[in-house]
Design a protein around this ligand. Structure first.
Ligand SMILES: [Zn+2]
Length: 172
């Protein structure tokens, strides 16, 4: 009788142990899935909401893929040290260290702040293919990227000033 009980207990503990083991592996699987998932949580708003938050030009450029007039942007000649963020959702997009004077009349950068925040698409608005760039979080239109930029990338991110805001870097 006693022996049977021990056997039963052994069986039970084995069962509990395997349950624990199973739940542990489940958890670590979930964690690794989160780690490898670099998708950004999207900011999704209705047209009416964007219209309320943005002024006419910001709305036209960010939400309708418009273009500000050359040489009119308030950040075109900004030489301060800091980060350029999305005017629609504040996601960091470009570092001032990669900004350069292109002479085009729009703020220009040779690379985005990272590979995930600035997304690309192809547009044919002018009748030929151009690579459009937009904010990966709110899909706000930023500008275009061309292959006539300076080294080290050879790229020119031609960005509407009105799509951006600037945050000065804290001095250490
Ligand atoms: Zn954004």
């Amino acid at each position: 009788m006693f022996k049977l009980k021990i056997k039963e207990m052994k069986c039970l503990s084995l069962f509990v142990f395997s349950l624990l083991l199973f739940s542990c592996t489940q958890k670590s699987n979930q964690l690794s899935a989160q780690k490898t998932d670099s998708n950004i949580d999207k900011v999704v708003k209705s047209d009416a909401e964007w219209k309320k938050e943005l002024n006419d030009l910001e709305y036209k450029v960010l939400r309708k893929a418009g273009t500000e007039r050359a040489h009119t942007g308030d950040l075109l000649n900004n030489k301060a040290d800091g980060i350029y963020i999305c005017r629609g959702c504040q996601l960091p997009l470009f570092d001032s260290k990669t900004k350069y004077k292109s002479g085009t009349g729009w703020p220009s950068y040779y690379e985005p702040i990272n590979e995930t925040n600035v997304a690309e698409d192809t547009d044919y608005h002018l009748g030929y293919a151009r690579t459009e760039v937009h904010c990966a979080r709110c899909d706000g239109h930023l500008g275009h990227v061309f292959e006539d930029g300076p080294q080290p990338t050879g790229l020119r991110y031609c960005i509407n000033s009105v799509s951006l805001d600037f945050v000065e870097r804290e001095k250490k």
